[in-house]
Design a protein around this ligand. Structure first.
Ligand code: ADP
Ligand code: MG
Length: 215
């Protein structure tokens, strides 16, 4: 076993001769069993579809090798790299390399968004750096959507994940992301405007919470 998440267990092995991972969606005990199975099947199917769609629009993502809807698992090509999060923390990447990788994540995100795909959990833990290039994994919370709100939220999530690890480099990395995103996506300005609005809303809610706490 490689990892144990809230939704799925990840195992490593060989698929025929190829290094692969198995992502098995596990039941949630508190859910009605029939509904639970149905939801896991839908998620498994959607994740497989999103992974192959991402590849089709020019985003590096692992190849789906096998899908079992009955047992709710995916067999996915193993990417033998380092999580972007680890790569940034351990500083195995130089500043220039780190910026280039994150700029490329921006380009990939733009390709997803202009084709109506949302990654759904775009954090530095869901990007693997392989041969100096980012590979997007874990479309488990993704969706097909074209709304500004979904695209904007995606960017806010990624910005937060950058902020949470490397405050000293956060601004440069975030700028690199925006640069890539804007370069690749004609509607980038509208999304970035929405990003500001979403953050304002967050701030407003936060301020009310603090005021209520003080009272
Ligand atoms: N295709 C892959 N190649 C290599 N490692 C992977 C791959 N997919 C997942 N992993 C590893 O397993 C971890 C969890 O997988 P992920 O799909 O992100 O599931 P979760 O929904 O639990 O976050 C990842 O952070 C990564 O370390
Ligand atoms: Mg993940």
């Amino acid at each position: 076993m490689l990892a144990k998440g809230a939704e799925a267990y990840i195992y490593y092995g060989l698929w025929v001769t190829r290094p692969a991972i198995m992502k098995l969606r596990i039941p949630k005990k508190w859910r009605c069993p029939e509904l639970d199975l149905r939801l896991r099947q839908l998620r498994t199917k959607l994740e497989a579809k999103l992974l192959s769609s991402a590849k089709r629009v020019g985003v590096y993502a692992p190849t789906v090798l096998y899908v079992s809807l009955k047992k709710t698992y995916l067999i996915i090509e193993f990417i033998n790299g380092l999580l972007l999060r680890e790569a940034l923390i351990s500083k195995v990447l130089s500043k220039v390399e780190a910026k280039e990788v994150v700029r490329k994540v921006g380009i990939f995100t733009a390709r997803l968004h202009k084709n109506g795909l949302i990654h759904g959990d775009l954090t530095t833990s869901n990007v693997i750096v392989y041969k100096g290039k980012p590979v997007l994994i874990d479309f488990g919370l993704g969706d097909f959507s074209t709304t500004l709100e979904d695209k904007g939220t995606e960017l806010v999530v990624f910005e937060k994940s950058l902020m949470s690890i490397h405050y000293d480099m956060y601004e440069e990395l975030w700028n690199a992301f925006i640069e890539g995103y804007s370069l690749e996506y004609a509607d980038a300005d509208a999304v970035l405007k929405r990003v500001k609005e979403i953050k304002m809303r967050g701030r407003y809610v936060e301020e009310r919470r603090i005021k209520r706490f003080r009272r």
